[in-house]
Ligand binder design. Structure first.
Ligand SMILES: NC(=O)c1ccc[n+]([C@@H]2O[C@H](COP(=O)([O-])OP(=O)(O)OC[C@H]3O[C@@H](n4cnc5c(N)ncnc54)[C@H](OP(=O)(O)O)[C@@H]3O)[C@@H](O)[C@H]2O)c1
Length: 249
């Protein structure tokens, strides 16, 4: 008698249903090769398509959103876009800003003043998901400013008029790759911003990327999950993250 036959008919049926359910989740979720079709595809511009920008942008393409990847050298992003298929394209920073209903900024933080200056008109009222961390060794003086002023306030100072939501800054890109759409409780992504509609849109996009958004509060509270702060780097569920936020009060 083989192993399967040792189960009673009822247990066999339960086992079969369980296997089918797992397969169905897999097909609908993380192991699907086909992009999903979101109810409302959002056009997303990525400013800075290195480790974090390409990772999160890829998750959005897989969720069915059209994404334009940009950097100062968009020609270097051609193979990334090619591999992702027709929903992905490349362009300059200005083109990505014009393309995106929403943009993700994922560049070294020292580049913020230049990007803000060069794209002032396009940034006005744009929903910007801000994944940058200010790192003294890499970013210099502006990292001191971000520490003293607050990272959210500093982003707002340089990306004038943008509807900023801090998001996707707390976890390394490999953690994001490995845990997107994971089975069981999803991993939480803390977010913070002042604009309710922008927060709602960012929440939808965190969900689309395969994580659970947790709104920590207004932009001033982004310092609570800035690099080195208590909520930074936590690989926890939304329930656990909310508990940590509560116990910090
Ligand atoms: N790596 C992570 O796991 C991780 C996790 C969370 C947050 N972050 C934060 O996310 C940001 C990006 O980190 P990363 O590791 O993804 O960096 P990265 O791999 O070095 O990629 C940076 C990207 O930004 C582009 N870039 C640099 N300066 C630019 C400018 N002035 N205008 C337009 N594009 C510019 C680069 O391309 P060109 O040089 O060709 O322009 C590149 O595509 C940083 O602030 C980092 O602290 C990183």
């Amino acid at each position: 008698m083989n192993g399967f036959m040792r189960f009673s008919p009822t247990r066999r049926a339960l086992l079969r249903d369980g296997i089918l359910t797992v397969l169905a989740i897999g097909v609908a979720g993380r192991i699907s090769a086909q992009p999903a079709v979101p109810a409302q595809p959002l056009r997303i511009g990525i400013i800075g398509s290195g480790h974090i920008g390409s990772t999160v942008g890829t998750l959005w393409v897989k969720a069915g959103h059209p994404v334009m990847f940009s950097s100062r050298h968009p020609e270097e992003l051609a193979s990334l876009a090619h591999d992702l298929g027709p929903l992905a394209k490349t362009g300059s920073v200005a083109e990505a800003l014009a393309f995106g209903d929403v943009v993700l900024i994922a560049v070294p933080y020292r580049a913020y003043p230049e990007i803000g200056r060069d794209n002032a008109a396009a940034l006005k009222d744009k929903v910007v998901l801000d994944a940058g961390n200010a790192v003294p060794a890499r970013d210099g003086e502006i990292a001191t400013e971000a520490r003293d002023r607050g990272i959210g306030e500093t982003s707002a100072k340089y990306l004038v008029g943008a509807r900023i939501v801090r998001a996707f800054n707390t976890l390394g890109y490999r953690v994001l790759q490995d845990n997107a759409n994971r089975l069981g409780e999803r991993m939480a992504i803390p977010i913070a911003g002042d604009d309710a509609a922008a927060l709602a849109r960012a929440s939808d996009l965190v969900t689309a990327a395969g994580f659970d958004p947790v709104v920590v509060g207004p932009l001033t509270r982004a310092r609570e999950f800035a690099q080195g702060a208590p909520l930074y780097g936590l690989q926890v569920s939304a329930a656990e993250l909310r508990h940590r936020i509560e116990t910090m009060k």
